[in-house]
Design a protein around this ligand. Structure first.
Ligand code: NDP
Length: 310
């Protein structure tokens, strides 16, 4: 069995070593632009360049070392349609998302952001506490990661809401579905958490009209993709006071350019796309197990529906 590995983070030696440990019978071939390779059985990629596409037409499955497949589906028809595309299914990202989002929600709800500012100014002043009943948290995308985040937030007893394409049923979560459910979902949400895949339907979803539907004093957390959010619209609504602030991990342009106005807005907390990193050992273990199943003719979870775009 031959596995074609592509990465551009310079960490290929560790990935190859982990694959060799779990699939000792496999030959791991590292892909380099301009170097010819023998046909392989499986490909393991992250944001491959277009130059790699010809190699992907002859594999039995393409494994994406992330949950989001937007960087692959952007190739459209150039990506071989007959080859199954398999995404990472949690692989240690769920708990990281739960940590990140819980921290951001609690930091705002318990006013730690205000206390940090007061602390820097040497001010000892208890502030009025927010009431949880006024703080419904709404998660856009109730999939693998969104569900994990909702479960974590349930421990803190926030009123919870979720929005997905098909209707989900989660204990203690008011579930909304589809275009027709979006407005009602937003109108009852105070803290909005975006955990959607980036598809033509979700691109620019969070624009001025939709963000204006959130409850007054809303807070926005985006851990999905920068292109979900109309960045100037968020700034406008923060400056108008309708939105109290935001914690953003993803941006239209990454790294966020130095001159971007978000850097100057104290009500926006910026992190450099770290909310849920791909964990090498967990990812290799999941992919190796799926390769074994496919090789034995069994089915695997996490195959992307190309029509839905995730
Ligand atoms: P899943 O496929 O498990 O879940 C996606 C969810 O989004 C589902 O509930 C789905 O609905 C919903 N959804 C998709 N399209 C629509 C739509 N048009 N309208 C309403 N709901 C929709 O994905 P994951 O939870 O594993 O990952 C989610 C995203 O998180 C990834 O695609 C990626 O972009 C992002 N991510 C970001 C990371 C970071 O570091 N910032 C790290 C990892 C992931 P339904 O349930 O009906 O299918």
């Amino acid at each position: 069995m031959r596995i074609l590995l592509q990465r551009s983070d310079g960490k290929e030696a560790a990935w190859i070593a982990d694959f060799k440990t779990l699939l000792p019978e496999a030959e791991i071939v590292f892909w380099r632009e301009g170097e010819a390779v023998e046909p392989c059985d499986y490909a393991v990629v992250w944001q491959p360049p277009a130059a790699m596409l010809p190699e992907l037409g002859c594999v039995k499955a393409i494994f994406n070392t992330g949950a989001g497949v937007d960087a692959l589906l952007k190739f459209g028809d150039a990506l071989p349609a007959h080859v199954p595309l398999v995404r990472l299914d949690d692989a240690g990202m769920g708990v990281q998302m739960a940590e990140y989002v819980s921290h951001a929600v609690l930091r705002h709800f318990r006013r730690f952001d205000d206390y940090e500012a007061q602390g820097r100014a040497g001010i000892w002043q208890p502030l009025p506490a927010f009431d949880k009943a006024d703080f419904p948290v709404g998660v856009l995308g109730v999939g693998v990661l969104g569900t994990r985040v909702l479960q974590a937030l349930a421990q803190f007893e926030f009123p919870l809401r979720g929005w997905s394409r098909s209707r989900r049923h989660l204990d203690g979560v008011a579930c909304f579905a589809g275009e027709e459910g979006l407005e009602a979902f937003l109108r009852g949400t105070r803290v909005l958490v975006c955990m959607l895949p980036l598809t033509p339907e979700t691109h620019n979803l969070l624009d001025r009209t939709r963000l204006s539907m959130l409850l007054p004093g809303a807070y926005v957390i985006n851990v999905a993709r920068g292109a979900h959010l109309a960045e100037p619209d968020l700034l406008t609504l923060i400056r108008s006071g309708h939105i109290a602030g935001a914690t953003l991990d993803v941006f239209r342009n990454e790294p966020l350019p130095q001159q971007h106005p978000f850097w100057q807005e104290p009500r926006i907390t910026i992190t450099p796309h770290i909310s849920a990193a791909t964990l090498r050992r967990e990812s290799v273990a999941q992919i190796a197990a799926k390769i074994r199943r496919l090789h034995a003719g069994d089915s695997v979870a996490g195959i992307v529906n190309r029509l839905q775009g995730y």
